[in-house]
Ligand binder design. Structure first.
Ligand SMILES: C[S@@+](CC[C@H](N)C(=O)[O-])C[C@H]1O[C@@H](n2cnc3c(N)ncnc32)[C@H](O)[C@@H]1O
Length: 187
């Protein structure tokens, strides 16, 4: 895949996104940043909605996450308009500049095939995103969590403590080594 926007996904992560987005009608990308994950999903999904607060990141609830992203966007005051201009070449990507959890209210229940969680990486942040998006996902739809494999990461704690004991979902083994994405399917 040529000319993707910049980003920090590994080749293995990109493979997981490619495989999981196959034949999806609607994929939701939580955390746009430069748009790399959105662009990958857009190669296989009919429609991708990518959500980020960009320069409005003072609205991120978790303090640690907020401070982290504030620094990123302070360095680039036109970040959003640059990403918007770059992603315009993908006619099936729509960007929503808003908080990831609240945006779920814009979608009908059971209308979404895939959600990629890559926004607020704190336990409380990922939990509010999951609670908001769970009803929006179809039966058999997928939840992909980035940065969910390392012992020291909150997203892993969330997956182990909440996802593994949630009867609404089950974890699937994607058989792609070295990816830091974990995948759950809705029952
Ligand atoms: C790790 S980056 C996303 C990387 C992107 N998925 C990629 O492939 O390069 C996380 C992004 O999530 C955004 N973010 C964090 N918490 C958010 C929230 N609660 N609502 C909206 N955006 C949020 C940040 O502004 C940041 O741009």
């Amino acid at each position: 895949m040529n000319n993707l926007p910049p980003g920090y996904l590994t080749e293995s992560d990109e493979m997981v996104l490619n495989v999981m987005a196959l034949d999806c009608k609607l994929s939701i990308d939580l955390g746009t940043c430069n748009g790399r994950s959105a662009a990958i999903l857009a190669h296989h999904s009919e429609r991708v909605v990518t959500i980020d607060l960009f320069e409005d990141c003072e609205k991120i609830v978790n303090e640690g996450s907020r401070d982290h992203y504030k620094k990123l966007f302070e360095q680039s005051p036109h970040f959003y308009s640059e990403v918007e201009a770059d992603l315009a070449r993908f006619t099936n990507i729509e960007i929503i500049k808003a908080p990831t959890a609240k945006t779920a209210l814009l979608f009908e229940d059971k209308s979404v095939d895939l959600v990629f969680f890559d926004a607020d990486h704190s336990f409380t942040g990922v939990r509010s995103d999951y609670v908001a998006w769970l009803p929006k996902v179809k039966q058999g739809g997928k939840f992909l969590f980035h940065d969910a494999t390392n012992d020291n990461w909150d997203v892993r704690t969330f997956c182990d403590q909440v996802m593994l004991s949630d009867n609404a979902v089950y974890e699937i083994n994607v058989e792609i080594t070295n990816s830091v994405i974990r995948v759950f399917k809705k029952m």
